[in-house]
Each structure stands twice: as C-alpha cells, then as structure tokens.
Design a protein around this ligand. Sequence first.
Ligand code: ADP
Ligand code: TRP
Length: 325
Amino acid sequence: MSKQILVSGIKPTGDLHLGNYFGAIKQFVEMQKNKGFDSFVFLADYHALNSVQNREEMKKLSFDLICAYIACGLDPKKIVLYRQSQIPEHAELTWIFNTLVTMPWLMRAHAFKDAEAKDKDINIGTFDYPVLMAADILMYNADVVPVGKDQIQHIEMAREIARKFNQTFGEVFKEPKEIVKEEVATVLGIDGQKMSKSYKNVIPLFGSEEDVKKAVMGIVTDSKGKDDAKNPEEVVVYQIYKLLADEAERKVMEEGLRNGGLGYGEAKQILLNKVLAYFGAMKKKYDELQKKPKKIYAILEKGEKKARKIAQKKMLEVKKLVGLI
Ligand code: ADP
Ligand code: TRP
C-alpha cells in the first residue's frame, strides 16, 4: 500500500506551551514512528508575519520553534522539515486560490469573526489566512493533517478550495482529512480556559524551572480544603496531570481528590514534579540545540530542498491546468 502523506505546521508566534505539545507536536512525533506515513512538518512563518512584525523577534521565535520540534523528537532524517517562507510556491499557489474564493466565504472563518468581534484592525494576511493554509496542505497532496480542535474549520476550507479548483480546472488536488485526538483536543490553561499564548495562561514547555513553578502554582482552584471530596473532572490541576501521568499515577491523584485527603497545594506539587521530569530530557536537548544554529540551518536547508522540489512540480501542473503555461 502506498504511504499516506501527513502535513502540519505551527506558527512561530510565541513561546511553546503544553497545549502545543500535546495538541500538535506529540502527534507529529508519534506519527513519524508509523511507517505508513510520509511526514512534512513546517514552520508557518508567513502566517506568523501577520502578527510578529519585528525582525529580531521573528528570527528568534522561528529558530526556537525548530529547536523545539527536534528536541521533542522530530527526526529530520525521517520527516521533511522546512520553513514555509523558503518555498515561494506556497505564496504563488495562494494567489491562484485567491482568485477562486470570495470575500463572504472568507468572512465565515472563525478566526476572522473573532478578530472582527474584538474590533481589531485586520490585515489582509489575516483575512487570507485560510487560503495560505490550504496552499500549505494541498501543495503536498496531504491525506491527513494533525491539528488541535480550533483548526478544524481551516481544514474544511482547504477541502472546499481543493474541490473548487478541481471542478474549475481539472483534478489535481486531494481532499485532506484532519486528525484531532479527542483526549487532547483542548488542553486547559492555568485559568481553566483553553491554554493559549494569547490568553497568557500557559505552562511553558522550555521555560526555566522558576517559570514552570510560577505557572503551575498559579493554576485556579476552588476553596475546598484538603479533606473535602472533590470532583476530579472539575479540577484543572488533575485535567493537566492526566496528560502526563501513567495510569497508576493518574489513579492515585484521582482517588485522593475524589475521596478527600489530597489538597490542591500538594496536587500542584505533584504536577510540577511531573512536568519537570516529563520535559527534562527534551529541555536539555533544546538547550544544546540552541547553541548550534549552524546545524539547525543546515537541517532546514536539506528539508527545504526536498519540499521545494515537490512544490515546483505541483505548480507546474497547476499552471498548465490554469493556462498560464
Ligand atoms: P496558541 O493558541 O497558543 O496561539 P497556536 O494557535 O499557535 O497556539 O497552535 C499551534 C498548534 O497547537 C495548533 O495545532 C493548535 O491546535 C495546537 N494547540 C494550541 N493550543 C492548544 C490547546 N490548548 N489544546 C490543544 N491543542 C492546542
Ligand atoms: N493555522 C495553524 C495554527 O494556527 C498553523 C498552520 C499553518 C497549519 N498552515 C498549516 C497547520 C497547515 C496545519 C497545516 O496552528
């Protein structure tokens, strides 16, 4: 059977957190082990440019994200790793797709609606976000796109764009499917809402011990005392701990909360130790990679060469169908 193609990316727009790890990166790493997939994982730096408009910041966040990908277990020998901006065909394909979609259709995107509701000044890049994302995905004939729940609409839009192009010019794009792992669809932040850098409620992946401690100790709780019985499903500390703990450890915390005897302070300490242990080796690797920019850029150039070859071939097909060549 031929291999399935996996495509996914993350924007370098802020420090990574547990939501990014469990909602996205961990899945990329797990699927890389599955021989049935050819994976393309990239840095969505053109998407990030919508909000990161400072040279030094963009360079640092991009470099950090690539270090994080590798530190978390992505193996550039097994997958194709690249920066979106180094494959100019993504922007070219976006332009062609732009001529097929309408403004009212793009206005249906949740991200646009949210920005509008907040009265934000929306740049055209943000408005066009789903179209660039469709180009990222359709360029490589993706079968599957692992993402968090918030991205499902974007994958639906990519499918619609594929269909529209195929109907208008001829079959060339495959319709991709999202993969959303239900148990990690929404990782909670320290305030009990979705963990997100925009809500400033994150537990950082590679922060200092002090930063991680500050975040974990700041997780919301109610006013129940140590010996009160608590419903674990309503305890944010437990909801996060579940992602990291093995079955036996999870049960100990669950019972301690349910039956009383485990206070929030102690539960937080258990979670803190677990977070530091779970990400300890990854953080060590991340810190080492940070000192090796040459190595990192060499890895990227290799990946970009491979990705570009595929993208160029695809654009040739597309341009022929459209009548540009
Ligand atoms: P943020 O919300 O912090 O800005 P991004 O939008 O950059 O994060 O998300 C990058 C990837 O991480 C996406 O695949 C997204 O779905 C996933 N992700 C982000 N936050 C969470 C979360 N709280 N739970 C699950 N997945 C998440
Ligand atoms: N929009 C995605 C996010 O916010 C990032 C992204 C850009 C992406 N292009 C993509 C994800 C293509 C999957 C496939 O997380």
